[in-house]
Design a protein around this ligand. Sequence first.
Ligand SMILES: CC(=O)N[C@H]1[C@@H](OP(=O)(O)OP(=O)(O)OC[C@H]2O[C@@H](n3ccc(=O)[nH]c3=O)[C@H](O)[C@@H]2O)O[C@H](CO)[C@@H](O)[C@@H]1O
Ligand SMILES: C=C(OP(=O)(O)O)C(=O)O
Length: 433
Amino acid sequence: MDKIIVRGGKRLTGTVKVEGAKNAVLPVIAATLLASKGKCEILDVPELSDVYTINEVLRYLNADVSFSNNRITVDASRELMMEAPFEYVRKMRASVLVMGSLLAREGRAKIALPGGCAIGSRPIDQHLKGFEAMGAKVKVGNGFIDAEVEGRLKGAKIYLDFPSVGATENIMMAATLAEGTTIIDNVAKEPEIVDLANFLNGMGAKVRGAGTGTIRIEGVKELHGTTHHIIPDRIEAGTFMVAAAITGGNVLVQGAVPEHLSSLVSKMQEMGVTIQEEETGLRIIGPERLKPVDIKTMPHPGFPTDMQSQMMALLLAADGTSMITETVFENRFMHVEEFRRMNGNIKIDGRSVIIDGPSTLQGAEVAATDLRAGAALILAGLIADGYTRVTELKHLDRGYVNFHQKLASLGADVERITLESAPAVSEVEVKEA
Ligand SMILES: CC(=O)N[C@H]1[C@@H](OP(=O)(O)OP(=O)(O)OC[C@H]2O[C@@H](n3ccc(=O)[nH]c3=O)[C@H](O)[C@@H]2O)O[C@H](CO)[C@@H](O)[C@@H]1O
Ligand SMILES: C=C(OP(=O)(O)O)C(=O)O
């Protein structure tokens, strides 16, 4: 079991470079299954545990995948298997993203039901509604979702009840090989949707309107391999922006795309943080005194839920009362208890959290309850008194490459230790007794 240990009090300075986006690369890898001819080459791929997991899913489905030096090649030209078992879906919910590609290419997709996770129940009814509208018969039973279509999927008009990122991606992928035109309304507008559309078009698909509320896809008979660069990770960029601001530092976040980060930039500026656009990214200069703000998470271009816990850490340091309202996930406040263990003055009120700052944070042993919570607790540790020990790093490793090393390169006092070889405390006590 690994732990990250942070000693608070260091001001961060220097330059940090962000990786390719996790939430862009996962659907892009799933989409490579649509290419029945040629190889796909994906560049700027982050070395994350989620990427290794989805590569395993593709190999299980009979694709040839290689991954080195931030570059993945996939040859999916052989006939594919149609089933993704629970061992993968349990590790990573994004495994459900292979469903649209499999259904479009092979006429069937059987995927273990993803179940709930630490941030909420996360149903996939909107994905399934889209597949059904395109002519698939969907059965749910024995822990699996089994979708099947006779012949090709048919183009359809689909309205999403909520602009779900995953449903937009899955339906978009399925529609590329459908017969006729598919129009999806009330879709997600996240930059990762645009990246996926660009990748699909590089494969020979006809996708228009990505980044707006309506996407129109004219189905084609087959897709081929292509080369694609993944966009920079706006959430990793945002996390380092908060690291700079919380320590009163001065950091250039290379690869931060201002258009992808506008809601975060606005909120941080309201808090008194100086943000300057430079040629290669955004420079963040933390103020002496942070002002409180209210935040409501929303689908893009609203404030991203994936930055909610990191902003909570920043607001703990602000001078006054702030409120965060989470509207995207039903249960994304597990980190509140952990912040309380660090002496954070913070309380939950329904879907909102009230933060009374500034809290004098104290180092404590805390658990990363989900991926962004892990990052947020480390950020809080940067200004806490004494040592903060963060456990459950498997969550952090899903979404951040070398997080502690990047922070250390900016001057943070932080290290990661592996405890496997160390004796448990109780063993030491028994021997000493
Ligand atoms: C791999 C990836 O890209 N993950 C991101 C993606 O997750 P993901 O694609 O799972 O998120 P969605 O946008 O689908 O989910 C948002 C909300 O809609 C609900 N919902 C979704 C689908 C559905 O069929 N029915 C339904 O009710 C979910 O339970 C959730 O409450 O977008 C989220 C919202 O920006 C981000 O936090 C995740 O980091
Ligand atoms: C919630 C997240 O990811 P996932 O959808 O992969 O769980 C995230 O990236 O913060």
